[in-house]
Design a protein around this ligand. Structure first.
Ligand code: SF4
Length: 82
């Protein structure tokens, strides 16, 4: 479960987020590039290769795509408050 207290500062406002690499639970993004490769419309990388949410999914299809990235993230660094 992604730590909602450690959201990446560049996440666009909304339910979905990525957590900061400095997450003290050890679940911060490790820049593995899975999410922004798998769903580039919704996830982007910062200058260090760490991910943030650039667009919130709205349709069932979009949410499913983001859910797949959440499931694939090796460090539970993707979360949704929705
Ligand atoms: S899948 Fe997880 S660890 Fe990999 S870039 Fe995305 S948020 Fe970071």
């Amino acid at each position: 479960m992604a730590n909602p207290k450690m959201k990446h500062e560049k996440n666009i406002e909304g339910a979905w987020y990525c957590t900061d690499p400095d997450d003290d639970n050890g679940e911060g993004c490790i820049a593995c590039n899975v999410c922004y490769t798998g769903a580039p419309e919704f996830f982007a990388e910062d200058d260090d290769g760490n991910a943030y949410v650039m667009k919130q999914p709205t349709t069932d299809e979009e949410i499913e795509l983001c859910q797949e990235q959440m499931d694939a993230c090796p460090v539970a660094s993707i979360g949704s408050d929705g």
